[in-house]
Design a protein around this ligand. Structure first.
Ligand SMILES: N[C@@H](CCC(=O)N[C@@H](CS)C(=O)NCC(=O)O)C(=O)O
Length: 222
């Protein structure tokens, strides 16, 4: 049926890019089936996955046979097909701001801290755990500083762009999850912390949490 397509999310519990899409799907109330590719075991690089998702990156969303890669393209597609609970504001200037904030995370922060970049630091330059953590935290601090500077003035509704979460929170919350895993200090980022607080406990964000995914190890269960 056109209005209720069969959705399959190719995912990994700890993938922050998949986490963005899980939040968007949950905010839209769209049910989906999940297929797991174990990233730490490198399953996402194997031909079985690459034949479906040539970028070899998680997530990929299948919608009635259409295969979409790149979280921003996926989320915008979902928003256009399912306009209820909009993830982009109606106003063009605010839409551009929402995309800019999401892309600040997706294009300027996340790639520098992605699994393959960290692996390369180890393999090519012999970086140890402490150096990797330091690298990770450096880019988080720089990124969150820019993010806060780019945020519009605090909104009465408590979210980045008004009284409901949008694309911005879909990107911010997973990036904060990653940052905390690597011991980043969020104390200087009051507005980031306020947005995390605003989303904490919302059912969509709770459902999308890595620890609540079917492929999360028992030891990580929330
Ligand atoms: N820009 C892509 C990023 C996708 C991406 O890098 N996903 C990560 C997981 S969060 C991945 O597959 N990493 C594989 C690797 O680094 O080897 C998106 O937004 O979907």
């Amino acid at each position: 049926m056109a209005d209720t397509p069969a959705l399959t999310l190719h995912s990994y519990w700890r993938s922050s890019a998949a986490y963005r899409v899980r939040i968007a799907l949950a905010l839209k109330g769209l049910p989906y089936r999940q297929v797991t590719w174990h990233m730490v075991k490198g399953e996402h690089q194997q031909p079985a996955y690459r034949s479906l998702a040539p970028f070899g990156l998680v997530p990929m969303l299948e919608i009635d046979g259409l295969r979409l890669q790149q979280s921003l393209a996926i989320i915008e597609y979902l928003d256009e097909r399912h306009p209820g609970a909009p993830l982009l504001p109606a106003d063009p200037a605010l839409r551009a701001q929402a995309r800019a904030l999401a892309q600040l995370i997706a294009c300027e922060m996340h790639p520098l801290n992605n699994l393959r970049a960290l692996k390369r630091l180890r393999a090519q330059f012999g970086a140890d755990d402490e150096q990797i953590q330091d690298w990770y935290r450096h880019w988080c601090a720089e990124g969150f500083q820019a993010f806060e500077a780019a945020l519009p003035a605090a909104q009465d509704g408590g979210y980045a762009l008004g009284d409901a979460p949008t694309l911005v929170e879909c990107y911010l919350i997973p990036q904060v999850y990653n940052a905390l895993r690597y011991g980043a200090d969020l104390a200087p980022f009051e507005r980031v912390r306020a947005l995390v607080q605003a989303c904490a406990g919302l059912p969509a964000f709770e459902a999308a949490r890595p620890e609540n995914q079917p492929d999360a190890p028992q030891s990580a269960a929330a």
